[in-house]
Design a protein around this ligand. Structure first.
Ligand code: ADP
Ligand code: MG
Length: 354
């Protein structure tokens, strides 16, 4: 690793030795911590944060190589106030330093506001669509019934071709409308759910549907505790997100030679100090579903979780809106990040409150 190159980064990066001491600090970390590089070197990295114990834990876990990376939120006291940051501890292999930590400032309030706005916006849309769906549902039933009566009266059997079109289209619309009205808001009966089992069931379904077209990769945190939740709804949410990735990959031309295989990755991690729905949670569950497909089209990125937003031929645009709904019922959120070749959907659920 060329450590000088780290000075070109806008995020601050520290290289840490086995004892947790800072051996290298890039230029951006001088600004971040308000100290010169000389002051930073040789210090215990964890002591730079207001939660040294939490940080010590994740740095030593990364140093032991048990985890590829650990992301958590923390704060730094930079007079006159504390600033919220997101810290990622990365285990390095084959480098003189066992751990790299990256610190980014997060606009915590902005993030919470954005999530909150998103939730409200989606709820408004959903309500609107539900009302519309109810309006469509009743006349649809009448239409279908009338077509059936008409069919019985037709003088020529060949004419039923037309009534059949009416009936099957009415059925198709009916199914769409039912999905829009959505499952009744039955209260959530949370039980401990083993999320790896949920992921495995989703993988089995996708394997059946996509056969050898895509490679499924599991990167599970074996220490993950059970998540309180409704297994069926969580599974539907995971399936809706994962299936989109698989579908995008399957649409791509076959990759040959040097090109990386079409891969869908399921990664689970425990995250610390996560803000969800205006509440700070000590522990949260994070499932990242990543694919190396073409990415979410730019023109739908900011409305992706709204119902009926789709860029897929034959798509309904209901998958992600339902998934977001189910995850929000658990007090969590689905976020995403996408660029060509790397799309990540992250399902975050609260595990333990402060
Ligand atoms: N992993 C992904 N890669 C690229 N595009 C995606 C991905 N996931 C979702 N999308 C885009 O989001 C749209 C909405 O998804 P969704 O709500 O599940 O509806 P649908 O799958 O019926 O289109 C999709 O049509 C697709 O364009
Ligand atoms: Mg879908």
């Amino acid at each position: 690793m060329n450590v000088d190159a780290l000075d070109l980064l806008a995020t601050s990066v520290l290289l840490i030795n086995e004892q947790g001491d800072i051996e290298h600090a890039n230029a951006a970390s001088e600004d971040m911590f308000g100290r010169s590089r000389r002051q930073l070197l040789g210090q215990q990295a964890a002591m730079l944060f207001e939660q040294p114990e939490d940080l010590k834990g994740s740095i030593s876990r990364a140093a032991s190589g048990r985890f590829a990376d650990v992301r958590q939120s923390a704060s730094i006291f930079r007079p006159p106030a504390s600033i919220e940051v997101s810290v990622t501890s990365v285990a390095l292999s084959g480098q003189p330093w066992p751990v790299l930590i990256e610190i980014r400032e997060i606009e915590q309030r902005l993030l919470a506001d954005r999530n909150h706005r998103l939730v409200e916006e989606i709820e408004t849309h959903r309500q609107l669509l539900r009302n519309l769906a109810h309006e469509v549902k009743n006349p649809l039933g009448g239409l279908r019934g009338a077509a059936q009566l008409l069919e019985a009266e037709l003088p020529e059997a060949s004419l039923t071709e037309y009534t059949q079109v009416i009936i099957s289209e009415a059925d198709r619309l009916q199914a769409l409308v039912d999905r829009l009205i959505g499952p009744q808001r039955v209260p959530l009966h949370a039980k401990p759910v083993n999320v790896h089992e949920v992921c495995e069931r989703v993988c089995a379904l996708l394997q059946g549907e996509f056969k050898n077209e895509i490679v499924l990769v599991r990167d599970y945190d074996a220490s993950m505790p059970d998540v309180p939740g409704d297994a069926a709804r969580l599974m539907q949410a995971v399936l809706n997100v994962a299936r989109n990735g698989a579908q995008e990959l399957a649409l791509q031309p076959a990759r040959t030679g040097e090109a990386p295989a079409k891969t869908l990755t399921f990664r689970t991690r425990v995250a610390r100090q996560v803000m969800l729905a205006h509440r700070q949670h000590r522990l949260a569950f994070e499932l990242t579903i990543a694919d190396n497909g073409p990415g979410v089209p730019d023109n739908i990125k900011d409305r992706l979780f709204h119902p009926l937003v789709t860029a897929r031929p034959g798509g309904t645009g209901l998958g992600l809106s339902l998934a977001q709904d189910f995850v929000q019922q658990h007090g969590g959120i689905i976020e995403f990040d996408s660029r060509p070749g790397c799309t990540e959907f992250r399902i975050v659920l609260p595990l333990e409150s402060q």
